[in-house]
Design a protein around this ligand. Sequence first.
Ligand code: TXA
Ligand code: MG
Length: 522
Amino acid sequence: METKILKTTSADIKTAGEIIKNGGLVAFPTETVYGLGANALNEQAVSKIYAAKGRPSDNPLIVHIAEKEDIIPLVKEVTPNAQKLIDAFFPAPLTIILPKSGKIGKTVSGGLSTVAVRMPQHPVARALIKAAGAPVAAPSANTSGLPSPTNAKYVIEDMNGKIDAVIDGGSCEFGIESTVITLAGETPVILRPGAVTKDMLEEVLGKVEISKAVLEGMKNGETATSPGMKYKHYSPKAKIIIINGNKEKYEKFVNSRSNAFALCFEDDKINIPKVTFGKEGDDLSQSHSLFNALRKLDELGAEKAYARNPKLSGVGLAVYNRLIRAAAFNVIDLDKPFVIGLTGQSGAGKSYIADKLKRQGFNIVDADYYSKKITENNSCVFPELQREFGKDIAKDGKLQRQLLADRAFASPESTAKLNKIMHPAILKLCIEAAEFPCVLDAPQLFESGANGLCSKTVAVIAPEELRLKRIMKRDGITKEQAKQRINAQHSEEFFKENSDFIIINDGRDTDIQIKTLSEKIV
Ligand code: TXA
Ligand code: MG
């Protein structure tokens, strides 16, 4: 199929309207991003949208209307809250979800009992809907998974030969998709943030919630309120890593890197190749250029890009919501000394994994080493230990280890007291030794609270039989003793629940796991 490139003249819009009337597909500009439109009431035409985008069939489309009252036949009822939003905002970068009427087919609504409706601001979009003589179903006009197109060039890149026509209307004002709010439940919930912000909506509706999925990734097995949230999104080919930290910290970090791009703000002083997305503190300029910047990275052949972190207020929340998905939720926090906190079950082979990470270029700080160091002669922790456990636990500047152990491990309370003294002192030394990119190797990562100092946590686990064997061999103890030790520690479930990544060290593909992990993280 040849894809026609149309202009915004009334003759061309009329042609585009005819194409949609006849069951074809037309991409068109809106104030948010380009949409890929079909007659929303023609299921066969709508199914072509899914095919052209490679979109999963359970991810419903937004139905676009030209006039406020055009919503009435599409929904069961225009509820009072819906009416308030329509009066206050329409036409707007705002999509309202309501229970659907019988006019809305299965395909357009992805099998759901609700329908998403939006009245766009863009005059070309509305003229097209009028010319088509029907509501127009339109997702963003990109291949599923890629950044949404904000100009005709990127629509053509994805859709050439797959759709009937594109109307070239220049670049889109907001640059990110509309705010999606559902009114189908008791409280209005924002499913996707956009240029119509939570504050603006609350002024009209009162209390509005933000869906958890806006800021967080979906856990395995979780069901999405908005089906779109469960799919990979906005991903350029380049691997994006968000760098959390102020301008100075970001610049210093990025300028010390090589083989990467900076995805930064316009005024950042950067010495490596860069692509910018707006100005610091100006969320609308950031939303306007984010998707273009992601596409630009690919054009420039970037393999990796370190991104500035937008502020989460106002439209910044929407910018962050897109960027965090483009980054597959990968964030390095420069306010934290360690990139990875490494922990795991006794005998699972944590040190072996640390060694492999070292060969991948990470600097390792071994908490065990510093926990020994802190108990050396005349240590700074002695006065506190003496206050808690008796003067005689240190003699001539030397720690009486056995005595301390007898007293500290006598009850859980006294062990907790020991940890309260030791953990902060050990961590202080670890932090002093940290050099980017740093792994903190700490058996008591979670107990000490050190996980809060790490951008990501990684736990090493292994089958119990293997761990028993390793512990017996390493420490020269019996199977029963080894078992006792294992039982006193956190379970595999604990580590799975609390860590960002798990490495299964059963001697099989650890190298591949480590490579994947380090590629994911830095
Ligand atoms: O700005 C926009 O909204 C653009 C322009 C073209 O209007 N359109 C757009 O559509 O972004 P799309 O399909 O790329 O995103 C629609 C989002 C998806 O995440 C989808 O899952 C969600 O809205 N959605 C649609 N209908 C829904 C429904 N009934 N319930 C929950 N979520 C729905
Ligand atoms: Mg989309």
